[in-house]
Design a protein around this ligand. Sequence first.
Ligand SMILES: [Mn+2]
Length: 304
Amino acid sequence: MLGRFLDGEFGNSGGVTSFPDFRQHRPSVPEPRQRERRKYRTVWISDVHLGTRGCNADLLIDFLDSVDSETMYLVGDIIDGWRLKRKFYWPATHNDIVWRLLKRARRGTRIVYIPGNHDEMFRQFSGLSFGGIEIRRAAFHDTADGRRLMVLHGDEFDAVMLSHRWLAFVGDAAYHFLMGLNRWVNALRNRFDLPYWSLSKMAKHKVKNAVEFIGKYEEVVARAAAERGVDGVVCGHIHTAEQRLFVHDGKRVEYWNDGDWVEGCNALVEHFDGRMEILHWPEEMARRDSAEPDQRQLAVAEAA
Ligand SMILES: [Mn+2]
C-alpha cells in the first residue's frame, strides 16, 4: 500500500482523484526561494493527522520550510488512517507535506518514521524503507552529549493506563466539538490577522481529569523508559508537548513529548550540543514576523 501511495497510484476515493506522482509533482504552496533554515541536529514531530480538518497544514509547511536537521523522527499519527477510512479528506496542502518530507529524505536528512495508532497500517512495514524513509516500530536515539533516548509513539501505554479513561476523553463528542470550535476561532482570528491560538490547549488545562490523565501518562512512560535502562524517552500521542524529569531508583529519566500539529503545533529539537528544546511554532512565527519587517512595507518605504 505504501509503495502504491509513493508511486501515486492510490485509489480514487472522493475529493481528490488520486495522490500525485511525488517525483514529478510540484507543491501547491511553493518552497520559499530564500529563507535561512535553522539547522538542528535532530527534529521530532508527531500527531500531524494528515487527512483530517484538524491538521494545521499551513503551519507545518511553514515549519518544514524554516527548519532543517540531520535526523528527523516522525513519531506517529502522521496520517490519520482511521478518519480517512470513514471520510476521504485530502487537500493539496497535505500532499505538500508528504512532498516536503520525501524531498527532505532525498536531500540527505535521515528520516525515521514510527507509525502510531492512527497510522498503524504502516506498522506492518517496520524494518523497511520507502523513498528514503525508514519505518520502525520504535527507535533509540543517541544525543550529541551521549544520552540514550527511546523514541516511540506512546499508544503502547494506553492499555497500562486503563485506556477507557483516556478514550472516553478523546473519543468524546465534546473533544470533537472543541476541535471544531478551535478551527472556527482560528479562521476568525486569521481573518483579523491575529496569530494562531490554541483554544483546546487552554481548555484542556482547565479540565481536571485531563490534567490528571496527562500527569499519570507521563509517569507511566518514564517508568517504562527507566526499566529499559535508557536516559529518557521521546513520545507523542497525547497531544501535549512537555518536558519532565523523573527519578526512578535514584536514576534520572527524561520525559519529552513533541506535542502535535492539531492543537499546539509543536516540535521537539536537539541542538548540536545535545541540548533539547520544545518549539511552539505559532510563537516562533510571531517572533519572526515581528523581527522581519514585512516585504511589502519595505517596498512602500523604498518607493516613498
Ligand atoms: Mn496516537
